[in-house]
Ligand binder design. Structure first.
Ligand code: IVH
Length: 672
């Protein structure tokens, strides 16, 4: 073989290997097996050995692996809610003040740069590192201890005599910007590189990549010895953990803004990527009182850096149909880089927004992108507008051809800004979106069956309805572009694993409008088991059953009407029952059935001193109680707060012989 042919052959193999590195590391979607991967790598190494004139490639990476043991987190690893501007941050401060009923008392916040890396959990027993987990889905992580041990400066033993018996440190693993330069050919960005490297099967491969970390928080600590976040970080820094030197206590709104600006200015000079500043209530007792919502703590927020902007041109305006039938106009724009990401779509929200800003096809626009939020149009440069341009006419029909409708908002009694297609599963666009919701992380959580795959399978007629997911003809995938033996095997496995699902997750998965994760839990606690929900679906007196729902705190008319409409639709009914047949749905387990108020049904009226209604509810539920929203025979206690209780409710409770407790009685019960 001639020299040039050898070089050509070598480069082809390098290209193939890079493709598979990307599929594995960046996309987390390997297409070939470990041995196939090894074979290509070996061929490359052999060529390099034999022909010294070849310019060697620095090939980072090892065979893909799905072999990490899954481990349940001692305390879930949640995400953070975001603030994008001064107002969002102000709202956050107001919310925590309201929740704690502090009436604008200054709450000390601890600020830390938000590192854009991969989170991990390190568990120490009596000072020795015994477990290291990836975040996973937040409740179950992967055992990546051996890989984490390769990171310099992660202490494997804490040499101090005041270390709690159990100490769980949460940290963010990253690759320094300079270090990334030498490996960047194999990865799309430092974050993917860190993720790929941490999930290597072989820790020796992890060790080749210069990973670093910052410790930022804790999971379980027993006994708890800290009073504040700042004290915690100071202490673990003394125990040789790496903490971020730019962290700082901020005492008021103006200090928050100053710190935010300061870190933003430093951003480009830092050797690690950051995308905002995290503000945390410093006092750990207050953190405990504030607690969490389903996905994020109430006591912290990620204040993102301001949105990056760019100028581009609108090529076209199209509409997209969401799973609830909402029609969203989208501007197709000339591709432009905004904050390092190429953008070719921007949301236009709704008809009103287009009219208000008079947005037209052909317009030159300023767009912005903040965090993971879909890019938006900030303004139109009308001076650059073509004389012949015409106002955009908002379509009155859905992509499926049926007429759209606007609803009358229940609260404002005005026509909604959003038009909707009301065809449900009969509209193929809605159906596809419903399927995408169904397989998403918070629902059935089917790995390998993402949005693109749903589109692909829909085109091939492999999936039309939820239950089809469990009847996929895998033989049809064999010759398909993007599918290999391994990816088919993995898909089969994750589809099968998704059959076992908790009742509340199932309710969330079927996507009834106005039933997000929180309301799905409330509904699950009402029906308790899938059989009872099935009886409801098949019953002829749905309205009567649904009327009992109004008792539940959090459920109102909007949810009841939505639930009724959903199951009055015969297609929804059949599709839901078909799906149920494919699943093993476990009964709803309320969080604490032990506790002082175990299984007691409680209702509150009137305000309490020093405690907001949200906090009272949180405490009641944490003690096993169930908070109802209206008086009924089922109620065990009516708790009457000192500030403006409703007399009618007290009278009603009296007439039904329900035990009435004062604010003081209630506090006494809980303090005993
Ligand atoms: S505190 C309950 N502090 O951001 C979650 N997170 O979006 C508390 N992160 O999973 C997280 N730097 O991976 C916190 N200084 C910091 C952080 C930080 C980066 C990551 C972390 C977390 C994610 C939440």
């Amino acid at each position: 073989m001639e020299k040039k042919d050898i070089i050509k052959k070598y480069n082809q193999k390098i290209k193939i290997l890079k493709k598979h590195n990307k599929l594995y590391f960046s996309n987390d979607k390997p297409q070939i097996s470990d041995s196939e991967y090894d074979k290509i790598k070996k061929e490359i190494l052999n060529l390099e050995k034999k022909y010294k004139f070849l310019k060697k490639n620095n090939l980072v990476g090892s065979p893909p692996s799905n072999k990490f043991t899954k481990v349940k987190h001692l305390v879930p690893m949640l995400s953070l809610s975001n603030a994008f501007d001064h107002q969002d941050m102000g709202d956050f401060l107001k919310k925590i003040n309201n929740y704690l009923k502090f009436e604008n008392k200054k709450i000390e916040l601890f600020s830390e740069p938000k590192i854009d890396g991969i989170s991990a959990s390190l568990i120490y027993k009596n000072g020795s590192l015994i477990k290291g987990l990836s975040r996973g889905d937040g409740s179950i992580g992967e055992d990546i201890l051996e890989n984490l041990k390769t990171i310099n400066n992660i202490p494997q033993k804490i040499l101090a005599n005041d270390v709690p018996n159990i100490l769980e440190i949460r940290c963010e693993v990253y690759i320094g910007k300079k270090d990334f330069e030498s490996i960047k050919d194999n990865f799309s960005n430092p974050r993917n590189a860190a993720g790929g490297s941490l999930r290597q099967k072989n820790p020796q491969e992890t060790a080749k990549i210069p990973l670093k970390y910052f410790a930022y928080g804790f999971g379980l600590i027993e006994p708890m010895i800290f009073k504040t976040q700042s004290e915690f970080l100071e202490k673990i820094c003394n125990w040789n953990f790496i903490t971020n030197p730019l962290s700082k206590i901020t005492k008021n709104f103006s200090e928050i803004e100053t710190q935010h600006k300061k870190i933003d200015q430093l951003r480009s000079s830092l050797d690690y990527d950051i995308d905002g500043v995290v503000y945390k209530v410093n006092d750990l007792d207050l953190q405990k009182r504030l607690g969490n919502t389903s996905n994020s703590p109430r006591w912290a927020i990620a204040y993102k850096f301001s949105a990056e902007k760019a100028i581009t041109k609108i090529k076209d305006i199209i509409i997209q149909v969401g799973r609830t039938g909402a029609i969203t106009p989208v501007a197709k724009v000339e591709p432009v880089t905004v904050g390092g990401v190429v953008v070719s779509n921007a949301t236009l929200h709704n008809e009103e927004e287009i009219q208000r800003k008079d947005i037209r096809v052909g317009d030159t626009i300023n767009i912005q992108r903040a965090g993971d939020v879909i890019p938006q149009v900030v303004s139109v440069d009308k001076s650059k507008r073509d004389k012949n341009s015409k106002k955009f006419k908002f379509p009155t029909k859905c992509l499926c051809g049926s007429e759209t409708k606007k609803e009358i908002s229940k609260s404002t009694k005005k026509l909604d800004a959003v038009s909707r297609c009301t065809k449900g599963y009969a509209c193929e666009y809605i159906a596809k979106e419903k399927l995408k919701h169904l397989v998403s992380k918070e629902a059935l959580n089917i790995d390998g069956l993402g949005k693109k795959v749903i589109d692909q399978f829909w085109k091939l007629n492999l999936i039309r309805e939820p239950s089809d997911i469990f009847k996929i003809d895998y033989n049809k995938l064999n010759d398909l572009e993007g599918w290999g033996e391994l990816s088919i095997k993995n898909l089969k496995k994750s589809v099968n694993n998704s059959r076992k699902i908790s009742f509340d997750r199932f309710i969330f998965s079927i996507g009834i409008r106005h039933f997000g994760q929180e309301n799905a839990k409330i509904l699950a606690s009402f029906f308790t088991s899938i059989n009872k929900l099935k009886n409801f679906i098949n019953s002829n007196n749905k309205k009567e059953i649904l009327n009992n729902l109004i008792q539940l705190d959090g459920i109102g008319d909007t949810q009841i009407i939505s639930m009724n409409n959903f199951f009055l639709n015969e297609t929804n009914k059949r599709i839901t029952l078909d799906l149920i047949n494919e699943l093993r749905i476990t009964d709803y387990k309320s969080k604490t059935v032990s506790g002082l108020l175990a299984n007691k049904k409680i209702m509150f009226t009137g305000g309490f001193s020093n405690m907001s209604r949200s906090e009272i509810k949180f405490i009641a539920e944490n003690n096993g109680g169930k908070v109802l929203g209206s008086i009924s025979k089922k109620l065990d206690y009516l708790i009457v707060g000192n500030s403006k209780p409703t007399k009618r409710k007290i009278d009603q409770a009296r007439s039904l012989n329900i035990k009435i407790l004062s604010e003081e009685d209630w506090k006494k019960i809980l303090n005993n």
